[in-house]
Design a protein around this ligand. Sequence first.
Ligand code: 5GP
Length: 195
Amino acid sequence: MTSEPAPVETPAREPRLTVVSGPAGVGKGTVVAHLRSEHPDVFVSVSATTRPPRPGEVDGEHYLFVSEEEFDELIDTDALLEWARVHGAARYGTPNAPVLAALATGREAILEIDLQGARQIRDTCPQARFVFLAPPSWEELVRRLAGRGTETPEQRERRLLTAKGEMNSMAEFDHVIVNSEVGQAVDELVGLLGL
Ligand code: 5GP
């Protein structure tokens, strides 16, 4: 007697939270923006920040630009998944409701956040995937930070100092992607997300 082989069940893949971090100036924003335009189904978190908008930045699209009082309120009402003061200046945080809603509806979700935030997510959400975006070299990172031209020399100096510490944290991450060329970095990230 022959029996029918049992049907192979392919379980629906659980969507995961992916944290993309790395030093200031490495190009996290650019890589994530490219990924979003190639894969609009992926949810990319919009952070709240107390820093003022740069020219061309749109409220609700690049960031939710909030006052110090509004940011305090977000903290007090447990509305943030993580938050940090970055470069000793403004505060940045991830609103939790949109991220949880995206994951609940089966979408992959990405946070592009600094190292302090990544460490908080590591504590609260250890099942997340942690990706470190690295520059091809330290010299290249310094060149990119100088090239942005939106900061004062003092702000740039502070960013370089933060970046130095952040480069030393690479080993804490599950994956390292070297951002030598945006297209290739995006492809690697797409591969990690299994898209
Ligand atoms: P920028 O002011 O240049 O847009 O961002 C400065 C830094 O803040 C970047 O390293 C960026 O990854 C980080 N950042 C942006 N949003 C968040 C957030 O929600 N949480 C944390 N911890 N860092 C963030």
